[in-house]
Design a protein. Structure first.
Length: 231
């Protein structure tokens, strides 16, 4: 069974409309929609915004539904000039840019007392998603690279530049690395899909509302095709 996590209702509404729902379960104030999407058994859920919500959601998918893979759809701010609004980034790996234990001698992003702080995405899911995206979203570009996450909406150019230089990320958002860490700890393959809705700089607030809907639609197109091919 495939677990599909979105951060906001708009992200998962399109998928719920396309699936046949067999049951709905509510846990931790989240609604989990179980059913079939394009022939594939799935659970679709809105986790809410932020790393804590995202991690709780992913753990429920592991414990309650015993998912065999997790895909996290959503939107993000671009960290590279060549990645434009509407484009899609697929995760090669993920880390948390706001993890800061430098006072104890750790580098930025390193989680103390863990053997790993950079969580590798699943290569098979990545390859499949890239092929699907090129087919169903031919009007945009698709990139494979690092997703960096933190409990911050990045709208300051200076902060964006620091994150880009420090972590070499392709995009920044607020959930993916927490889901990646949870999947890693549970030995579940994962992929983060991020449609770019803004440039993560001083124009972010202006761009966000205008381009959010289009970015989400690209994600829905992609996720639907992935499910069709996984059946």
């Amino acid at each position: 069974m495939l677990g599909i996590i979105g951060a906001m209702e708009e992200e998962v509404a399109g998928l719920k409309d396309k699936m046949t729902v067999s049951r709905t379960i509510k846990k931790a104030s989240m609604e989990f929609w179980e059913g079939v999407l394009e022939g594939t058994s799935v659970v679709v859920v809105r986790c809410g915004v932020g790393k804590v919500n995202a991690a709780i959601c992913a753990q429920i998918l592991a414990d309650e539904f015993h998912v065999t893979a997790i895909v996290n759809t959503g939107i993000a701010g671009s960290l590279k000039k060549e990645i434009n609004i509407g484009d899609i980034v697929l995760s090669t790996d993920a880390l948390q840019h706001d993890m800061d234990a430098t006072g104890f001698g750790y580098s930025y992003g390193v989680i103390p007392q863990m053997d790993n702080s950079i969580f590798q995405g699943d290569e098979k899911l990545l390859t499949l998603a890239k092929e699907c995206c090129e087919q169903v979203n031919p009007d945009i570009s698709v990139f494979s690279g690092r997703v960096v996450s933190g409990d911050q909406f990045i709208s300051d150019k200076g902060k964006k530049d620091w994150i880009a230089q420090q972590f070499h990320g392709f995009c920044t958002e607020m959930e993916g690395a927490a889901i990646a860490q949870t999947a890693y700890l549970n030995q579940i393959p994962f992929l983060i899909i991020r449609a770019i809705s803004d440039k993560a700089d001083d124009s972010a607030h202006m761009d966000y509302a205008e381009f959010e809907r289009k970015a989400i639609q690209h994600s829905v197109n992609l996720m639907t095709e992935i499910a069709r091919r996984l059946q």
